[in-house]
Design a protein around this ligand. Structure first.
Ligand code: 6PG
Length: 260
């Protein structure tokens, strides 16, 4: 598995893989290692999954016979970084995508699958229900912020993360753990984790693949954050941030370290 690990200016690790498949292998290997470490430390591993196309290869690889047996699924809990307000059967559903690519192929207790309930529910209520699920699971009082062991994030071409879109009021949310937004182009309602929760994570894995992300990756990794892209707002307070790029997504970067 060939990939290069470089440091970014902010001291975060940058993994550059030769292609998307190798990127997914690198992510799965690091998720496995982190899950083992956390399960050894505290008996469980809690991660928030990303939607979209990029992480599909990660979930499929986790489900492969040679890999899935290495995860202790009964000690792993899945949450979601965001969800589209559609039924799980809808091809746009992030929960539906993970169920089809991973959950149907592994033995994870249903109680460990904390998906965002959107079916037939007002987005505001969905967000509140999801907040309550996080508070209950993490045994927190209202006003406290859950600390995920890992948050997986994809990157939109416009620099959005989860369903935090540029200029969205949700970017300024400092109290709520989850809120509802909408995709401008289609007015599609979304539920998303807020920045306080994302930035509280112990580890954040940022995934970007393909030439269409190269310019956005450069704007985020090689400008001093002048751009107030949502992705620039991802600054984990105590945890670490690792970028997983394939060569195409990294092709706009001036600094060396683009995988061969
Ligand atoms: C979603 C994701 C979203 C995604 C980016 C990148 O629900 O779509 O949470 O933030 O990660 O839009 O999507 P691709 O991986 O499909 O490029």
């Amino acid at each position: 598995m060939e990939h290069l690990v470089k440091e970014t200016q902010a001291g975060h690790a940058r993994v550059v893989a030769k292609d998307h498949a190798t990127l997914c292998e690198a992510v799965v290997g690091d998720v496995l290692d982190l899950s083992k470490k956390k399960i050894k430390e505290k008996g469980q591993f809690v991660m928030a999954l990303s939607g979209g196309e990029t992480p599909k290869g990660v979930y499929s690889l986790m489900a492969m016979p040679g890999t899935c047996g290495r995860f202790e699924w009964d000690k792993i809990h899945f949450f979601w970084g965001d969800e589209r307000c559609v039924p799980p059967s809808d091809p746009r559903s992030n929960y539906g995508m993970v169920r089809r690519t991973l959950l149907e192929k592994i033995k994870m207790p249903e109680a460990n699958v904390h998906f965002i309930r959107t079916q037939g529910t007002d987005p505001g209520i969905s967000a509140s229900l999801y907040e309550r699920e996080m508070l209950l699971f993490f045994k927190l009082n209202a006003g406290e912020v859950p600390c995920f062991d890992l948050v997986l994030l994809g990157l939109g071409r416009d620099g959005h993360v989860a369903s935090l879109f540029p200029e969205s009021p949700a970017l300024c949310e400092t109290k709520r753990l989850a809120t509802h937004t909408s995709l401008k182009a289609t007015q599609e309602a979304r539920i998303t984790l807020t920045l306080p929760v994302i930035n509280r994570a112990q580890a954040i894995f940022f995934l970007a693949s393909g030439l269409e992300k190269a310019q956005t990756v450069r704007r985020i990794l090689e400008t001093k954050g002048e751009d107030c892209l949502p992705a620039n707002r991802v600054r984990p307070s105590g945890g670490n941030l690792r970028w997983y790029l394939d060569r195409q997504a990294a092709s706009g970067l001036k600094s060396a370290g683009v995988g061969e």
